[in-house]
Design a protein. Structure first.
Length: 580
């Protein structure tokens, strides 16, 4: 008789044999399926059916590979039976693949088509049974959560296989595996656009699966799913697929109840999805406007979250009906308040949003002005303000949108203390700020005499004269326009003439290569300045008379007027016959 120790040793050996059998059985099935996937690409007929079969095979292969190093499963008769069934179906499928790859095959195509349908159905049943076994806990996942990622220059087939493997793990995995697979998926989506197309176009239910994870309520899963959705939304051609998969509603729910990280990623995804007003109605219909406005009005929202929310609302505002609804929901008040934020990025986003809204609707412009948006804009331009050039540039564009449309709003701008900061911007020499500042100055110079005098007293004339020599045609033109407006009053003409070289600098802009618009403003200014005999002498002595003559011959009225003013007895003989 055997001792108890000998019996225990035999039982342990038997257990080891069972575990070895399990590993061999699962690995064998995995290898068989993998080889079949490779050989199926040789099939020449029914490509669509073979693609469907490959999809099923890859799902099964991924699930088996994930469990290849699992625990004691061989004793489970259901699993053993399933592995045998999978292997048997794979053998039958290989025979069909051989027939489809044999050019000399003369069998019936209808029968072959029917056999392929049967195989596809059988593989689907195998997958469902395997999924049930995972759910029951009989089969456990291996520690190797993610298969090796394809290297640089990998074939499209390897990339497709990797994505499908990740999707399979998302379907069958536990929490740890799903989070790992989502992170791995996001890495490849960020780094190579090809993976995005594969996921959306070539992987069945891939986008829908990601959308379903948005509502998981599990920290980590929803965030990673939202990031993947955002990566897909970065492509115009794929946004419709996201809407079709039902991604909009769960993204909005994340804005309402998600963690701060989930909200940021959801808002980023919606920002991309709604660019150019795409999916605007879908977001609005799901309550997105109210959720986004609540975020922007919440002082506890992060800067990144507010920036993305502003971006979404700006896109939605392109639709008139949605824009009106925003106003009814208090959007103007929320964003005027946000324009005073201590965080510059939020300020900029709020100002850009209000500017976009105001450019579409005068009523919004008036409401924002009444609520004090101009004070925020002018404050940003203060030379002592720590804000960036970007913020100042945005502020100048907003001032143009809010104030340049009528003399009354320009007068309001003047009373806000705008002259000192805008003069400082002219002196800064920074092109991105000089041009919008010049545009504002040119508009101001066309207003009342009181405003023109205030500009002259503030010291604008010397700065504008310097800009007449700027390399930019546009800067020279706007500087000439501003000077022409300011010189129309006598006090500013005196200031201009005090500097001996000012007239000569202006005359240089009559060169043939100068733009005609610039010459127009210069001539208008010179006509006013020619009231002074000293200016007339400078013009006559400058050598620019020939340029004036050419312009006069081209029927430029101000050039004609100047020539006539210069036609004293000294010039009459030279110009007689031309201006009778």
């Amino acid at each position: 008789m055997k001792s108890e120790m000998e019996e225990e040793e035999e039982e342990e050996k038997a257990g080891c044999s069972l575990r070895q059998l399990e590993g061999i059985s699962i690995r064998r099935a995995t290898e068989v399926v993998g080889l079949l996937i490779s050989s199926s690409y040789c099939s020449r007929c029914f490509p669509a059916k073979w693609q469907l079969i490959r999809d099923k095979l890859e799902q099964i292969r991924s699930a088996l590979a994930a469990a290849a190093d699992g625990g004691d499963c061989a004793a489970n008769t259901e699993l053993v039976g399933l592995l045998q069934a999978i292997t048997s179906t794979a053998d039958e499928t290989r025979l069909l693949a051989n027939k489809c790859s044999d050019e000399a095959y003369g069998g019936g195509r209808l029968r072959l088509r029917s056999d392929l349908d049967v195989v596809a159905c059988r593989l689907h049943l195998h997958w469902e049974r395997l999924d049930e076994i995972y759910a029951s806990g009989v089969l456990t996942l291996s520690r190797a959560i993610v298969v090796s990622r394809p290297g640089v220059g990998a074939s499209r087939e390897d990339m497709r296989f990797y994505v499908k493997d990740l999707i399979s793990r998302l379907k069958i995995g536990n929490l740890e595996m799903r989070v790992g697979a989502l992170k791995a998926l996001n890495e490849v989506l960020r780094e190579d656009d090809k993976y995005v197309r594969i996921l959306v176009v070539e992987v069945a239910e891939g986008v829908a699966l990601l959308a379903s994870f948005l509502d998981s309520g599990i920290e980590g899963v929803a965030e990673e799913a939202a990031e993947a959705i955002s990566a897909i939304a970065g492509f115009d051609s794929h946004r419709a697929a996201l809407a079709t998969a039902g991604a909009v509603a769960p993204l909005i729910r994340l804005l309402e109840i998600g963690t701060e990280s989930a909200k940021e990623r959801a808002a980023g995804a919606l920002k991309r999805m709604t660019e150019n007003s795409d999916n605007a109605w879908s977001v609005s219909a799901q309550g997105g406007v109210s959720a986004l406005l609540m975020i922007c009005g919440d002082s506890g929202s992060s800067g990144e979250l507010i920036r993305s929310a502003c971006g979404v609302l700006k896109s939605l505002g392109g639709v008139e009906e949605i824009r009106r609804f925003m106003v009814e929901e208090g959007a103007v008040s929320i964003f005027v308040k946000l324009s005073r934020s201590k965080e510059e990025a939020s300020q900029v986003q709020a100002i850009e949003f209000l500017t976009a809204m105001a450019s579409e609707d005068d009523a919004i412009k008036e409401k924002a002005m009444k609520e004090g948006v101009l004070g925020s804009l002018v404050q940003l331009l203060d030379p002592n303000s720590p804000c960036s050039s970007k913020a100042k540039e945005v502020s100048l564009r907003a001032i143009e949108a809010f104030c340049f449309s009528s003399p009354s709003t320009m007068n309001v701008l003047m009373s806000s203390g705008f002259l000192d900061p805008v003069l400082s911007l002219l002196r800064s020499g920074e092109m991105s700020l000089q041009e919008p500042a010049l545009k504002a100055v040119a508009r101001l110079s066309a207003l009342s005499q009181a405003i023109k005098k205030a500009m002259g007293d503030a010291g604008f004339i010397p700065e504008l004269v310097k800009l007449l020599e700027n390399r930019s045609f546009q800067v020279r033109e706007m500087a000439a326009e501003a000077l022409s407006g300011m010189i129309s009053i006598q006090t500013n003409r005196r200031l201009f003439i005090k500097q001996d070289d000012n007239v000569n600098r202006m005359l240089q802009l009559l060169r043939p290569e100068e733009k005609s618009a610039t010459k127009k403003h210069v001539l208008s200014a010179l006509v006013c300045l020619a009231d002074s005999s000293g200016v007339r002498r400078k013009i006559a002595a400058s050598g620019c008379v020939k340029h004036l003559e050419e312009l006069a011959e081209s029927d430029v009225s101000d050039a004609k007027r100047l020539i006539k003013r210069l036609s004293t007895s000294r010039f009459r003989s030279m110009l007689s016959g031309m201006w009778s």
